[in-house]
Design a protein around this ligand. Structure first.
Ligand code: NG6
Ligand code: CA
Length: 505
């Protein structure tokens, strides 16, 4: 029997799927490790000396480490919105920090990052924090099937908690269902009034195992001795134990990797560290000497080590792209008296920058950002290219040759060459949304004039607002201390024009 070449190749491709067939390489797996409130200066690889992050540092030095990598916003929901949709958060209203009962804010009929992978033939999963809303209304039955959610916007599998660890409901969802639902003990959630008879931080502060910081709220329903935002009743079996949160997510992620080792997968591992309430597993408590915030970072480092080990044990590390970044910058006191301030011990989560979480100054959005892919990216590379999380969508779409409509993911740029170290410039400019809008272009940073408060005294962070336009030259003034707008009207006009053009888009 005579067989044509193409038939043979087809047959071989069927028999040996995704392996090297006549030079055709298996598609790389992609693991996105997206963490919560980790600062530019929180890792050894970014200059931290008071805390040890060996696993993350090893990873950072095994690929390309960015010094000018950004989230689009200084809080969680808007940054995650951009990562998922490829759009700046100011393009859609309702992308601010969501309550725990919010409805899904990611459009179902538009391209998303996981949809790009799905279209390229990947199995996709999200494990960890979600905070992009669930269901099609605020008022939903947490005891039934909850959709739309991650599965409707591109993930084949999801194991998440709905919002933040400090917001009710404090439960896990696997795909459409809350884990541990008991129809004799129904879960009820409200953000407008108290439900049920569970103690609250406000009425029963004596029951708190970790005190709330004054005036921060977090004084609604108490779960596991921790006051939360929002009220919840029922669901005794469904409630998580905070000390087990990360170990649970890590276990799910490890199993997902093991189960998919032979087919290309995209895993978004959305760690909750070091967001409040910081309540690490017992093995990490007290280990950093920096309070629970430091201990939570040690726990994150350990977990990442476990994920990398799983990839290595399954012989897939070499051809896995690992992307590490944080959704916004750091904050010390974000509502709980957990030692982050009193035991800081000289640690500087903010690096050389001003501001922090919630701020338009650089520490709000400039975050650790590194990518490894042993097979393709040269190890030990440092890049000053301007890159943003919003660009992952377009970059992967172009790598896979996945197409989407011109009116989708309009802010996402193809930075494949920058992400893999072949271009050291990156974006021409970036717009950041942190209450007020700012523009980064080369060494210059413009912050739009506005009436917002200059400081959030609760969290002790400068917000970067001013009634006048601000311009900084970051090459000599990383801390944004010296406003040069008045002496550089031309540059201000230029950056203002960029912003106005983007706002008109
Ligand atoms: C704020 C919370 C803060 C944190 C944040 C969300 C108060 C006073 N503060 O509203 O503790 O939960 O929301 O953080 O309620 S984020 O990283 O998910 O955006
Ligand atoms: Ca966050």
């Amino acid at each position: 029997m005579k067989l044509g070449n193409s038939y043979l190749i087809g047959l071989l491709t069927l028999i040996v799927p995704f392996t090297s067939v006549f030079g055709q390489q298996q598609k790389p797996n992609v693991v996105l490790i997206y963490v919560d409130d980790l600062g530019y200066g929180d890792l050894g690889s970014y200059g931290a000396a008071k805390i040890k992050t060996p696993n993350l540092d090893a990873l950072a030095s095994d690929g390309i480490r960015f010094t000018n990598g950004h989230a689009t916003a200084a809080t969680c929901t808007p940054s995650r919105y951009s990562l998922m949709t490829g759009n700046y958060p100011f393009r859609q209203t309702g992308t601010g920090i969501l309550p725990g009962d919010a409805k899904l804010i990611i459009p179902q009929d538009k391209v998303t990052l996981p949809k790009v992978f799905k279209q390229a033939g990947y199995q996709t999963a999200v494990i960890g924090k979600w905070h992009l809303g669930l269901g099609d209304q605020v008022d939903k039955d947490w005891n039934g099937s909850i959709k739309p959610g991650p599965l409707e916007v591109g993930f084949d599998y999801s194991f998440i908690f709905p919002a933040t660890a400090d917001r009710v409901p404090t439960v896990f969802l696997e795909n459409h269902d809350v884990l541990g639902v008991d129809h004799n003990d129904k879960i009820v959630v409200s953000y407008t009034q108290k439900v049920g008879n569970e103690p609250t931080g406000k009425e029963n502060p004596d029951l708190l195992k970790m005190k709330n910081s004054p005036n921060h709220g977090h004084d609604n329903t108490i779960v596991n001795g921790i006051g939360r935002i929002g009220w919840m009743s029922g669901g005794k079996e469904a409630k998580w134990v905070d000390e087990e949160l990360t170990l649970t997510f890590a276990d799910k992620a490890i199993h997902f990797i093991q189960d998919h080792r032979q087919i290309p997968f995209f895993l978004s591992y959305n760690a909750t560290e070091p967001h409040v309430p910081r309540m690490p597993a017992t093995m990490f408590k007290g280990k950093s000497g920096l309070g629970y915030r430091g201990d939570a970072i040690l726990q994150l480092d350990y977990t990442v080590g476990q994920l990398v080990k799983t990839l290595k044990d399954n012989q897939i590390y070499e051809n896995t792209i690992i992307i590490f970044s944080s959704d916004n910058g750091p904050v010390l006191d974000d509502g709980y008296d957990d030692g982050a301030v009193t035991q800081l011990n000289g640690h500087n989560p903010f690096g050389p920058f001003s501001g922090g979480k919630y701020s338009a100054f650089e520490a709000g959005t400039r975050v650790p950002f590194f990518i490894t892919w042993p097979k393709m990216i040269k190890k030990g590379t440092t890049s000053d290219a301007l890159v943003c999380q919003v660009d992952l969508l377009s970059s992967f779409a172009s790598f896979f040759n996945v197409k989407y409509n011109a009116d989708e993911a309009v802010d996402s740029q193809n930075l494949w060459k920058s992400f893999t170290g072949k271009d050291l410039v990156g974006r021409a400019h970036l717009i950041k949304s942190s209450g007020t809008l700012s523009v980064l272009e080369g060494n210059f940073k413009y912050i739009k004039a506005g009436k917002g408060a200059k400081r959030n005294s609760l969290v002790n962070i400068e917000l970067g607002n001013d009634e006048v336009d601000q311009l900084y030259d970051l090459s000599i003034d990383k801390g944004e201390r010296n406003n040069i707008a008045e002496s550089n009207p031309q540059k201000v006009m230029e950056l203002k024009a960029i912003l106005e053009k983007e706002l008109r888009k």
